[in-house]
Ligand binder design. Sequence first.
Ligand code: CTP
Length: 407
Amino acid sequence: MRIALGVSGGIAAYKAAELARLLIQRGHEVQAILTDAAQQFITPLTFATLTGRKPITSLFSDGSAESTLASSVEHIGVAQENDLLVVAPATANVLAQFAHGFAGDFLSTMYLAFTGPVVLAPAMNANMWGHPATRSNLEVLRGRGHVIVSPGDGFLACGVIGPGRLAEPVEIADAVDRACKPQVVHDLVGETVLITAGPTQEPIDPVRFLSNRSSGKMGFALAEAAAARGAHVILISGPVDLHTPSGVERVDVKTAEEMRNAVFAHLDGVSIVIKCAAVADFRVASVPQHKIKKTMARFSVELDPTPDILAELGRKKGDRLLIGFAAETENLVQEAKRKLEAKNCDMIVGNLVGQSDTGFESDDNQVILVTRSGTTELPRAPKRVIADQIFNESMKLRLLATAPYAH
Ligand code: CTP
């Protein structure tokens, strides 16, 4: 794995050199990033020697036009090139910067641009570690799914005995290895999950159609995640240019009507339905047999509504878990809540579309999960990560529904 190793300014910075050595020994490539304060404790040369790469020591360059241009986007490049970010030691200041999204130096800027797993190994004075500000920053960071390698108790450099001493490098390296290979849970064994994905195409004439910009990536990521967690997966897909995830049963359709028929033909034994497809809401009322010629100065087509597959599934719900999507350009929460009730779903995954970096076509997504117990906003992440978070939330709903004291 390619690992970005952030080192911030604490006396424990010297232990980061040992961590770099361990990570290299375990076969990782390491790119060190030293904050200004870290460089007061340890030199870039130490990391250059251990990692074989020039450490990053500044957001800005040495002043030459060429290197200014290169460094102006380097944080994005480093964020994209690396699979995992580990910060050891992570000072109270780094935790605060990360928790609040400040981007004042290379490390904090790169953090904001980074979408992979993050491991933080804090080290600080015992009182700073126990301060409510640090506690609440840690809560925020844990809430984002970051791994916190807790500091140990011991004799601290400030002369105090207590918690705050950086975890041992081998412990941090183990946490990095675990985060690189996230434990696959097999909590969907015995479930049959039906997922719809992609757009639909509604013919206008034999050569033209109405469609939308859905790429199908979110639905395929859901299918891959469900199969990895042990489910039998049926993926009903509109026309997309994607490979079928391994172990997934795929059914290709074109129109909303075909998708509806495929869904109901495969519904027997299905315990979870996720309607991720961007189904066309209208179809041409009467499709001509022959191509429409351009001799007409203007022409109009009459559109009829397509069947609302999710609403029909909601009416015939039984004890199936029913999850819909809401792609909106405005009033996201309001619309997601309305669709949750109107279509009798257990969860609506809402996302804002019409932006370039998330939603349709993008590899990343930023969504909210709306259930009857509340709304959870997930941070922007790759669609495959979002897919797992959707299943985590679904499994909580399943537990709630079967809990003896559930209302
Ligand atoms: N959906 C469906 N059949 C349709 C239209 C939508 O099953 N004919 C499903 C989608 O797969 C999605 C959910 O309904 O899970 C919401 O789709 P969306 O396009 O966001 O909403 P609409 O119901 O079409 O409502 P509106 O166009 O007013 O936003």
